[in-house]
Design a protein around this ligand. Structure first.
Ligand code: ZN
Length: 483
């Protein structure tokens, strides 16, 4: 009995030992299989990927792999066997696209949006200038930029280009929310809020460029206001500095039909004038570009300058319709912009997408032009090309920075979704943006901002609104008398 007992105990011991060994081998085998997968930071799966690459490739049930701040692979479900990541985002059949790029803005004016909408003629003098003169300061610029950046992040804009004042405050706020900014310090022949002397913006810009030239999210730039508010000599000085620092120049051109008269030009267009003084090149972004002739477009093409097309702001301000369709046919780089929030009242690009197509069709009386894919291109890789950032952003391709948005397609306004480009241009709105990733960081997830306290922002904006509302009432009274 005793022997049997020992035998049995031995048997059980061995049995357990063997099972333990088999189990360990099994686990080791599994982990070695897992280890074979390459580590990534974020995997996005189960969505329609609009790559916006050269061939405009669309991948159904696509997968995007992000490592640190870059896209490392794009393809189909097979990639899930190759990569693992702690963070996996299920796009739930939504649209995965490059983050949108707003190529023209004056973001802090978001504090004033909705004012002076009562149909007065000279809104610039009745509202813009008094508001900026009385209310603009560093604090307002910071808080308004926070608000505007939140508005953009929640609506799928991952990069914006801006011309305004106190660009260092704008840069701080833009980075606090976590989006990308091409920030052009305004240069103008008058004293302004951050420059007591005319053209003081040049010095301000140089300091700003020095401070931010190697930043991850901020691309510093020059923002000469317009050829008629910046002298020839100062334009040339800015051009030289832009070359020296290799930074962009953003300028308003062709917004009004009398700019040649304002410049006292005889038998010369504004574009010909700019070309003759040597300030048109591939570092220059022309905002609006409405009142241009065909020769102007040829010069712009030759000099490789680019355009920020602002269809919604131009329609609202009745300034005209730019020849965007012809520009694209001439292979001029064209991006989409909203202009400042007093001009189009939106900083996201969704309504602008629809305007971009519809306004061109009206202008050329042709319903076949400006198809949705062309418009989405302007809002993504086209904008990146216009800002000379197309090697880094604007498409979903390996090696590019991970600026990606996911647009859900479950809301009633997004169904049906036969053609994702058409859905984006003619159906979608900012509330459909589910996820926003900038530089590999998730800043919006499940439609919620992750980078800034939204309650704090609401409180800040309410305080600004209450303060400005009182002053705006006085302006409205004055405006009534003038009108
Ligand atoms: Zn503007």
């Amino acid at each position: 009995m005793l022997a049997v007992y020992f035998f049995r105990e031995d048997f059980v011991k061995n049995y357990l030992k063997n099972m333990l060994l088999i189990g360990t081998l099994f686990l080791v085998g599994c982990s070695s299989l897992i280890q074979k997968k390459e580590n990534a930071s974020i995997i996005i799966k189960n969505g329609t990927v609009l790559t916006m690459d050269k061939n405009n490739k669309v991948i159904n049930s696509g997968v995007v792999i992000i490592k640190d701040n870059k896209i490392i692979s794009v393809g189909n479900k097979e990639l899930l066997k190759v990569y693992s990541a702690k963070k996996i985002i299920d796009a739930e059949n939504g649209i995965i696209m490059p983050g949108m790029i707003n190529t023209h803005n004056h973001l802090p004016m978001i504090a004033f949006r909705g004012l002076g909408e009562e149909g007065i003629k000279n809104r610039l003098f009745a509202y813009f200038f008094p508001l900026e003169g009385e209310k603009l300061n560093r604090d307002l610029i910071y808080k308004a930029t926070i608000h505007g950046s939140i508005d953009m992040a929640l609506s799928g804009v991952t990069t914006y280009a801006d011309m305004y004042y106190h660009m260092d405050e704008m840069a701080k706020a833009t980075k606090d929310v976590g989006i990308r900014g091409v920030l052009g310090e305004t240069v103008i022949k008058f004293p302004v809020v951050d420059a007591k002397t005319p053209y003081g913006g040049i010095e301000y810009a140089i300091n700003f460029i020095e401070e931010y030239k190697n930043d991850d999210l901020i691309i510093p730039a020059f923002g000469p206001h317009a050829p008629y508010t910046v002298s020839k000599e100062k334009m040339q000085e800015i051009e030289n500095l832009s070359k020296q620092y290799n930074v962009p120049i953003m300028i308003h051109v062709g917004e009004f039909d009398d700019e040649d008269k304002r410049l006292n030009l005889k038998n010369k267009s504004v574009i010909e004038y700019m070309d003759s003084i040597g300030v048109l090149n591939n570092r220059v972004l022309l905002a609006h570009a409405i009142h241009l002739n065909e020769k102007d477009l040829d010069i712009i093409k030759k000099r490789e300058a680019s355009i920020a097309y602002n269809p919604m702001a131009n329609a609202k301000g009745a300034t005209g319709i730019a020849r965007a369709y012809e520009m694209l046919n001439k292979n001029i780089k064209v991006g989409l912009g909203t202009d400042g929030p007093m001009s189009s009242n939106q900083v996201d690009l969704f309504r602008t997408l629809s305007y971009a197509s519809s306004m061109q069709r009206l202008k050329y009386n042709d319903r076949t032009i400006m198809t949705p894919d062309v418009v989405v291109k302007m809002a993504t890789i086209g904008g990146a090309q216009a800002l000379n950032l197309d090697k880094k952003i604007g498409s979903i391709e390996p090696g590019k920075l991970a600026d990606i948005v996911i647009i859900e397609t479950k809301s009633p306004n997004m169904m049906p979704n036969y053609d994702p480009f058409a859905t984006l241009v003619f159906q979608a709105n900012p509330s459909n943006v589910d996820t926003t990733i900038v530089n590999g960081k998730i800043i919006v997830e499940n439609k919620k901002l992750k980078t800034y306290d939204i309650k704090k922002n609401i409180k800040q904006m309410k305080e600004i609104e209450n303060d400005i509302a009182k002053f705006a009432k006085e302006l409205a009274e004055k405006a009534k008398k003038i009108n």
